[in-house]
Ligand binder design. Structure first.
Ligand SMILES: [Zn+2]
Length: 118
């Protein structure tokens, strides 16, 4: 998976494992590159406490209020920012600025009428 931070296109396999949403922000497990999940599917699975998270509370930057302040994590999931070489995803604290901006530019949520169709 290779990202181009100058483009608003997403890599071909950058899609939600649950609903197939593409072209939106995705999250990944802290210690793995898959499965990737969109905000709605990640929130439906719940936070660290197992309780569902309101996907509507996620802002355009992919952040939401939590008991620890605003966060871009959803439960145990981290923002999934692919690198530009195809090596994988950046570690949570090592994403370059251009990668952060690329991820933030993506819509935070799939369209309300999304049904997993192209
Ligand atoms: Zn999804």
């Amino acid at each position: 998976m290779i990202a181009d931070y100058k483009s608003s296109e997403v890599p071909r396999r950058y899609l939600c494992a649950d609903c197939g949403a593409r072209g939106v922000k995705l999250w990944r497990p802290a210690h793995d590159d898959s499965p990737l999940r969109c905000a709605d599917c990640a929130c439906a699975r719940g936070g660290i406490d197992g309780l569902p998270i309101n996907a509507g509370s996620i802002d355009q930057d992919g952040r939401r209020p939590s008991s620890y302040g605003r966060t871009d994590q959803i439960g145990m999931l981290l923002p999934a920012v692919p690198d530009e070489e195809g090596a994988g995803f950046w570690g949570y604290t090592s994403v370059p600025d251009a990668g952060v901006l690329w991820w933030r530019r993506l819509p935070s949520r799939r369209h309300a009428s999304f049904r997993g169709e192209e």
